[in-house]
Design a protein around this ligand. Structure first.
Ligand code: NI
Length: 380
């Protein structure tokens, strides 16, 4: 198999995936295409209880590292003029996961070429459902990571030109928690508020007070955020309802801040409700932790990127979440951003990733994996 052939295969897979986007846990065609392309090159696919997505393995021995791509698309109507745009209405690869899958597939093929000289085993993870909760968790639950020492993940970045790699040690993406609060009062005629207990007053005081958690309770040098995205209550103009529903999110970059924000939201909800003789029911949906990139592994990835001729930038931080954090909770890892041409942001209906950026990412990740087995594994 020539490098030219691998490059063509990577591009073909990218165009096919981009035009056939599938949502989280529905990545059947996507998984079939990845599986058949790997099998054609004689690459082993591990037998795991995954409905969609798969894990391939190249190399041998008990020195094991992993490389991860996610593969799912978003429920967005694509708005581009690309010849290979989505043929499914309301679905689009607007977060570049088609890029990741194609690039890492290329990495698998390149590693297969040098399999006999590899100093260990590389598990290549094609993860389902990054956009829905649970994708990384479903891979971890299979136990496939139990013998893995380190993991690398990639993501396209429209903040950087093609030919750029962006890295950063520590936290780059936030922990994502969600809360749902029902403030309960007592319904009454709008003209007789004294006969009831207005839940809007409780909710309004909470909405204002909750912003003091970031401005007054957390360290001014820390990065935390609390946003409320959903308030619902009442049906008509002249009735004070029984209750008001409110939903929001906390974003934080470490466990300490995360707990502080959770505790304060809880305390404010209950104490403000109590101050107005009402009640608060608080429900939590504890989400993914913050990304925490290992320093030495990040330095190592930087060295290899420079070696491959990439321009290396410092990765921006985001209060968005990324479930690669779940792998890093278990083993050392670093999440690598690959410049895919400056343009519209991720999750935008006009997002375009430069196809020319894909194969260099395949080559870089193959080099990084091989070098990590040889030079990083025993020393760190
Ligand atoms: Ni993404």
């Amino acid at each position: 198999m020539s490098d030219h052939f691998i490059q063509d295969t990577v591009l073909e897979v990218f165009y096919a995936l981009h035009s056939h986007p599938e949502l989280s846990y529905e990545e059947y065609e996507t998984t079939d295409l990845i599986r058949s392309t790997l099998r054609r090159s004689g690459i082993d696919i591990l037998n795991l209880p995954l409905k969609t997505g798969l894990v391939a393995a190249v190399g041998h021995g008990d020195r094991v590292i992993a490389v991860r791509a996610d593969i799912d698309a978003l429920p967005i109507e694509e708005n581009t003029d690309l010849s290979y745009r989505s043929i499914y209405s309301g679905k689009m690869h607007a977060c570049g996961h088609d890029f990741h899958a194609a690039a890492i597939l290329g990495t698998a093929l390149l590693l297969k070429e040098q399999e006999s000289s590899l100093k260990g085993l590389v598990k290549i993870i094609f993860q389902p459902a990054e956009e829905a909760p649970g994708g990384a968790g479903s891979v971890i639950e299979t136990g496939v990571l139990d013998d893995v020492k380190t993991i690398f993940g990639i993501h396209t970045s429209p903040a950087f030109d093609t030919g750029t790699v962006a890295l950063r040690e520590g936290a780059t993406h936030a922990a994502v928690d969600r809360f749902r609060i029902v403030f309960r009062g007592k319904g009454t005629h709008a003209a007789h508020p004294n006969l009831g207990n207005d839940p809007f007053i409780i909710a309004a005081n909470f909405i204002t007070a909750v912003q003091t958690v970031v401005s007054r309770n957390s360290d001014p040098f820390a990065t935390n955020l609390i946003s409320i995205g959903h308030v619902e209550g009442g049906k008509t103009w002249n009735v004070i309802p029984e209750e008001v529903l409110l939903e929001g999110t906390i974003r934080s970059m470490n466990d300490k801040d995360r707990k502080l924000c959770q505790d304060r939201v809880m305390k404010l909800a209950h104490s403000i409700a109590a101050a107005f003789n009402g009640m608060a029911d608080v429900e939590w949906l504890i989400g993914i932790p913050a990304i925490s990139n290992d320093k030495e592994l990040t330095d190592f990835a930087r060295e290899i990127a420079l070696c491959e001729g990439f321009k290396v930038e410092s990765a921006p931080r985001s209060l968005g979440g990324e479930d690669f954090a779940l792998y890093e909770q278990k083993i050392k890892g670093t999440f690598i951003q690959i410049g895919s041409g400056k343009g519209l942001p991720l999750h935008n209906p006009g997002f375009i990733a430069d196809p020319q950026a894909i194969y260099p990412a395949s080559v870089y990740m193959a080099h990084l994996a091989a070098q990590a087995l040889e030079h990083f594994y025993d020393f760190n």
